[in-house]
Design a binder for this molecule. Structure first.
Ligand SMILES: N[C@@H](CCC(=O)N[C@@H](CS)C(=O)NCC(=O)O)C(=O)O
Length: 214
């Protein structure tokens, strides 16, 4: 099987879509990209809901029509189906460690930024949580989200003072989620503080890889 039989529904400005695009670029895989315009509400269209009733991007569609949503699930499929250049680990130990660090980056970093942005931005009024249900914003949450992001940066700085990459010695999916988190945090006006030198060193390295432009 070749990857060009796969279809990825994505949005150019969506951080979750970017996680998958970087993953694909790192593995040198090409898929057919279909853009969904979130600004115009295309995720709510009947046509897209027939593909992904959760109304979110990214969505991967396999050659036989199987639909895989959720970034970690898409990454898992791609790493198993195309095992060259594994980004989720090649040994049981690496798989466990990368899953742990990627999950921490998603839950403590990415989700905190998402919570802040979705409860802050006027355009997302009534849509504080992506998906099939509408939720009102809670503006008072934003301050706590920002604090969570800052704490995530401090914790990540400590980690990266010990190892070159988030999950250890090698670049992995955990670096992808952490990189997208740092860039996404700019929407909350949170950037890497100058004294977080290990985080800065890592950010400069991962954001200048060709895949970061994906
Ligand atoms: N848990 C989902 C989250 C996907 C998600 O939240 N995607 C956002 C874009 S980054 C979206 O589709 N938003 C649509 C909306 O805001 O209505 C995943 O891992 O793929």
């Amino acid at each position: 099987m070749t990857s060009d039989m796969l279809k990825l529904y994505h949005s150019p400005g969506s951080p979750n879509s970017r996680r998958v695009r970087i993953f694909l670029a790192e593995k040198s895989l090409t898929v057919s990209l279909v853009a969904i315009d979130l600004g115009k509400g295309e995720q709510h269209s009947e046509a897209y809901r027939a593909i992904n009733p959760r109304r979110v991007v990214p969505t991967l569609v396999l050659e036989d029509g199987t639909v895989i949503g959720e970034v970690p699930a898409i990454m898992r499929y791609l790493d198993e189906a195309f095992p060259e250049k594994p980004l989720l680990g090649a040994t049981p130990k690496d798989k466990g460690l990368i899953a742990m660090w990627e999950r921490r980056a998603e839950l403590e970093g990415f989700a905190a930024v998402m919570e802040g942005v979705r409860n802050k931005i006027a355009r997302l009024k009534g849509r504080a949580i992506a998906g099939p249900h509408d939720y009102e914003q809670i503006p008072t949450l934003v301050e706590r989200s920002v604090l969570r992001v800052k704490n995530f940066f401090a914790d990540l700085n400590e980690r990266l003072a010990q190892v070159p990459f988030v999950a250890g010695e090698r670049y992995s999916a955990a670096d992808i989620t952490a990189l997208v988190t740092v860039d996404f945090a700019k929407a909350l006006e949170v950037s890497v503080p100058p004294d977080h030198t290990a985080l800065k060193r890592w950010y400069d390295a991962v954001s200048t890889r060709a895949s970061a432009a994906a």
